[in-house]
Design a protein around this ligand. Structure first.
Ligand code: AMP
Length: 228
């Protein structure tokens, strides 16, 4: 299953990716998370990306492609992957097509998680994630069952993103509408786009996505064997 989750910042792509990973035994490939790791490590790429991310602009395509190239060939992608936050521009979508077609492969589904802009700002400015497993939470809408403890892995360390402030969020939304939303008609014309209502409750969004996807047992792995 090669899946792309598209939607504005705060739509819930990471939350839904996290739920789909275990079900399909595929990893989430989130370019934002990869970039934040580079920034935390102080790598050359991280230093180049940090200021751009603080502004909410897009990191240049060459850096993104260098980061993602080879990632889909790793062993954990044998059953596919969930792309989250990539591609974000027409140039990146074309580069992804080239990368996949050179492996005689293609995306199976593109899921658009639609959410109105006006509720995204309040969603984003209260969110935090588990530092150990990446599970997403929110101060108001989705608190851990036990305060300060991750529901999934029991860790007690959480992160809040530097770019989850109102000013940067508004700029990220503008960038989404200008550069990423134009990919929607492109994938619709290929018949692989499904739009779900991202304003529904989290479980309902998951249900809508699962309804749009083949069941895990119906998917063949890249080497043609049915999955266990
Ligand atoms: P995200 O975690 O997906 O919201 O991404 C956080 C920030 O990382 C974005 O606002 C961009 O600055 C940068 N970023 C993440 N993915 C990409 C991408 N595919 N292309 C360019 N910039 C990206």
């Amino acid at each position: 299953m090669k899946l792309l989750l598209l939607g504005p910042p705060g739509a819930g792509k990471g939350t839904q990716a996290h739920r789909l990973m275990a079900r399909y035994d595929i990893p989430q490939l989130a370019t934002g998370d990869m970039l934040r790791k580079e920034v935390a490590n102080g790598s050359e790429l991280g230093r180049a990306a940090a200021r751009i991310m603080e502004r909410g602009d897009l990191v240049c395509d060459d850096l993104i492609m260098a980061m993602i190239a080879g990632r889909i060939d790793r062993e954990d992608c044998r059953n596919g992957f969930i792309l989250d936050g990539f591609p974000r521009s027409a140039a990146q979508a074309e580069a992804l097509d080239t990368m996949l077609s050179s492996r005689s492969s293609d995306l199976d589904r593109v899921i658009e998680i639609g959410v109105d802009d006006d509720i995204l700002v309040s969603r984003i400015t209260g969110r935090f994630t588990c530092r150990a497993c990446g599970a997403g939470y929110h101060d108001v809408f989705c608190r851990p069952r036990e305060s300060g403890v991750c529901d999934f892995c029991g860790a007690r360390d959480f992160d809040r993103r530097a770019d989850d402030n109102e000013e940067t969020v508004r700029s990220r939304l503008a960038v989404y509408h200008r550069q990423t939303a134009p990919l929607l008609p492109y994938y619709a014309s290929r018949g692989i786009l499904v739009t779900v209502d991202g304003m529904a409750a989290i479980d309902k969004v998951t249900e809508q996505i699962l309804a749009a996807l083949p069941t895990p047992s119906a998917i063949d792995s890249d080497d043609g064997r049915p999955l266990e």
